[in-house]
Design a binder for this molecule. Structure first.
Ligand code: COA
Length: 338
C-alpha cells in the first residue's frame, strides 16, 4: 500500500494523466504524436528494466520468459515508453538478415491503450529501419494496428503443441521461471540427450550457413547469444559435419521449443521433426513449434505425432527492401514472441 500522502499524490497524477490521455485520444496525426512525446518518454531499455518488462508482459496476460527478454536486449533494440518512471509500453526489434527485421513484444499497458502509444512505438522502429522489410506474428489485438501501418498478412502461423498437460497448468503456474533443466547445460552433460547436442560456438557457422542458404537470413548473433546462455540444443541430419538439415531447440516453460528448422524441403523437415519428437517422447517432454499454414506435409506429420493446434496467428510483413519472404523457414524463431 502507498504510504499516507503518497496515495493522494498518485491519484492526482492519475487524474491529470486521464485528462491528457482523453485529449490525446480525440486527436490525430502529428499533433497527437507531439502530445504523446510530451507525455511519454521513449528510451532503450536496459537489464535494470527487466522486472518492469516482466510486470508489463504479465499485465496483458502473456507468459513471461525472462531469458528471452534478455536475449532481445542483446541482439536488437528493446524500446520502452515511460510515464514518469513507470514503464507502460515496450517494443522489440532485431535483425533477421541484411534486409529483414523481426518485430515483437509490442505491449501497451491496458490502462493506456487506444491513445496511439502502440502506433508511436511501432513508428519509432519503422523510422529506425527505413529500408528494411519488417516481419511479425500478430495477435488478434495487434492486427488492426499493423494493418493501419501498412503491414499485410502473408500467411498464418500455427502454434502446435504435443504433450503439454493443460490440466496441470504446467505453463501458467511458474511464469517467471526458466524451464527446469535436468542438468547443468553448457557444462558437463546436456539436458536433452542424443540426437540433440548442446549448441556450441563451433556449430554456429554450420547453422548460419543453413540459415543463409535456405531462408536468406543471417541470425549468427542470435545463435551466438544462445551459445552464451548455454541452454540451447541442435538436432541435425547429414553426414558428419555436412548437415543438410538442422533445428534449434530450447527448453522453455517446461517444454521443448523447436525452431527455427532449416531444411531444403518439407520432407526433410518432417524427418527431422520425427527424430526430435521421438526423443522428446522418450524423455517424457512436451514440445511446441510454430508451423506455417502452407506447409501441409508438416501439419500432417505433426498431427500424426500427436500435436494439436493451439493458436493460429497471421504472419505479417511490411515490405520495403528488396529481398525476402520467409517462405523457406519451416518453423520460425518467434519473431513476435515470442
Ligand atoms: C495491440 C496493442 C499494442 C495496441 O496498442 P495501442 O496503444 O492500444 O494502439 P494505438 O492506440 O496506437 O492504436 C493505433 C490504431 O490501431 C488500431 N487499433 C488499436 N487497437 C485496436 C483494437 N483493440 N481494436 C481495433 N483497432 C485497434 C486503431 O486503428 C488505432 O487507431 P485509432 O485509435 O486512432 O482508431 C495493445 O492493444 C496491446 O498491448 N495489446 C496486448 C498485447 C498485444 O496483443 N500486442 C500485439 C502483439 S502482435
Amino acid at each position: 500500500m502507498a504510504p499516507r500522502g503518497q496515495g493522494d499524490r498518485l491519484r492526482k497524477q492519475d487524474h491529470r494523466f486521464c485528462i491528457s490521455a482523453l485529449q490525446i485520444k480525440g486527436r490525430k496525426g502529428p499533433r497527437r504524436m507531439r502530445e504523446l512525446d510530451e507525455l511519454y518518454h521513449i528510451r532503450a531499455l536496459a537489464s535494470s528494466d527487466l522486472s518492469d518488462m516482466r510486470e508489463l508482459t504479465q499485465a496483458v496476460g502473456w507468459a513471461v520468459v525472462p531469458w528471452r527478454l534478455k536475449l532481445y536486449q542483446n541482439i536488437g533494440h528493446t524500446l520502452g515508453a515511460l510515464r514518469g518512471d513507470k514503464l507502460v509500453a515496450t517494443i522489440v526489434a532485431f535483425r533477421l538478415g541484411p534486409t529483414d527485421v523481426a518485430v515483437g513484444q509490442l505491449i501497451v499497458h491496458p490502462s493506456v491503450q487506444r491513445q496511439g502509444l502502440g502506433r508511436r512505438l511501432l513508428q519509432t522502429v519503422l523510422d529506425h529501419y527505413p529500408d528494411d522489410n519488417l516481419h511479425l506474428i500478430a495477435t488478434q489485438q495487434g492486427f488492426p494496428l499493423y494493418s493501419h501501418m501498412g503491414f499485410i498478412s502473408i500467411g498464418e502461423v500455427w502454434r502446435m503443441e504435443q504433450g503439454v498437460d493443460a490440466e496441470s497448468g504446467r505453463e501458467s503456474t511458474k511464469p517467471f521461471e526458466d524451464a527446469p533443466t535436468t542438468s547443468t547445460c553448457g557444462g558437463m552433460e546436456p539436458a536433452l540427450p542424443q540426437p540433440f547436442q548442446v549448441l556450441r560456438q563451433e556449430l554456429v557457422p554450420r547453422l548460419s550457413d543453413l540459415d543463409r542458404n535456405y531462408t536468406g537470413f543471417c541470425r549468427t548473433a542470435l545463435f551466438e547469444c544462445l551459445v552464451e546462455r548455454g541452454k540451447a540444443y541442435v538436432i541435425s541430419r547429414g553426414k558428419g559435419p555436412n548437415w543438410h538439415s538442422a533445428a534449434l531447440a530450447v527448453m522453455e516453460r517446461g517444454a521443448i521449443r523447436l525452431g527455427p528448422l532449416f531444411a531444403p524441403a518439407q520432407e526433410d523437415a518432417a524427418t527431422l521433426l520425427q527424430d526430435a519428437v521421438e526423443c522428446a517422447k522418450r524423455e517424457g517432454l512436451p514440445m511446441r513449434l510454430d508451423v506455417y499454414a502452407q506447409h501441409d506435409l508438416l501439419h500432417k506429420t505433426a498431427y500424426q505425432l500427436g500435436f494439436q493446434v493451439k493458436m493460429q496467428s497471421p504472419l505479417m510483413t511490411l515490405r520495403r527492401g528488396s529481398h525476402s519472404s520467409p517462405c523457406n523457414m519451416f518453423f520460425c524463431f518467434d519473431p513476435a514472441t515470442t
